[in-house]
Design a protein around this ligand. Structure first.
Ligand code: KIV
Length: 282
């Protein structure tokens, strides 16, 4: 099991050494704790919690308070793992001042190690201001779920030379603005590789192939809990959704049939107290 929480410098060293950083989303104490036990390098408390925990159709309705509550739980569950808080829609777009204040809330109220926000050139002033205030900020380009309406849905990005070039320009601007790392979502592996090779900061992939400094996955996808749809890039390592239904079905059946609870699930009265009680009641 990993003993020491990674730092920004460790992440840079790992990029130079070609050592992949493997991370996953977590939204609650137990998932965070299991991920830490499994040796995960980093955890993202993604605003995907809107879809994976609250059942929204997208991430737009997610609030700062929701993100902070879940970050706090994850922090408690994984004290030795680098935790990244995801800034929700409209927590950083309205003004630079609000972006810095909200980024600071993740640090002060939830004890995160870094924050992430979505977008390219248009959020570089926010990235610079947050970094200048002393925080670690990660960029996120490609498929950016908060602006999926503008992108025409949850679709792969950078599949033409022109759009791939724009992503490379965005990536460069994000590094220059002071981001400590960049996440690239749902683009072809070659495009992610071109970005990684041009940047000094680590470039991580979710659905952007293997030419990256590390991989992120959504825990609800990996565990087979999220049922609404399955993106092309997802590999389900378990089917906990089905296993949960099956466990609940067994409980319903046994409890209906009187097979649960049994003796071993019942508290015992102190010796002799039952007959005393009966006398009291007579
Ligand atoms: O919210 C999230 O989990 C994310 C991933 C989709 C990258 O931002």
């Amino acid at each position: 099991m990993k003993k020491k929480k990674l730092s920004r410098l460790d992440l840079l060293k790992m990029k130079k050494a070609g050592q992949k950083v493997i991370w996953i989303t977590a939204y609650d104490f137990w998932t965070a704790s299991f991920a830490e036990q499994a040796g995960m390098d980093m955890l993202l408390v993604g605003d995907s919690l809107g879809m994976c925990v609250y059942g929204y159709e997208g991430t737009v309705p997610v609030t700062m308070d929701q993100c902070l509550w879940h970050c706090e739980a994850v922090r408690r569950g994984a004290s030795k793992t680098f935790v990244i808080g995801d800034m929700p829609f409209l927590s950083y777009q309205v003004s630079i001042e609000e972006a810095v204040r909200n980024a600071g809330r993740f640090y002060k109220e939830a004890g995160v190690d870094a924050i992430k926000l979505e977008g390219g050139l248009r959020v570089c002033p926010q990235i610079k201001a947050i970094a200048d205030a002393g925080m670690l900020v990660m960029g996120h380009i490609g498929l950016t779920p908060q602006s999926s309406g503008q992108l025409g849905g949850f679709k792969a990005q950078g599949r033409t030379a022109e759009t791939a070039k724009e992503l490379i320009e965005d990536a460069r601007a994000i590094e220059e603005a002071g981001a400590f790392a960049l996440l690239v979502e749902a683009v072809p592996p070659e495009v992610c590789g071109l970005i990684r090779d041009r940047l000094n900061i680590p470039v991580y992939s979710i659905g952007a192939g293997w030419e990256a400094d590390g991989q992120l996955m959504i825990s609800s996808d990996v565990l087979g809990i999220f049922q609404a749809f399955t993106p092309k890039f997802v590999k389900k390592y378990e089917n906990l959704g089905q296993k949960t239904v099956s466990a609940f079905e067994q409980y319903v059946q046994e409890a209906r049939d009187g097979d649960f609870p049994k003796d071993e699930h019942a508290y015992k009265m102190v010796d002799g107290e039952l007959s005393k009680l009966k006398e009291l009641l007579d």
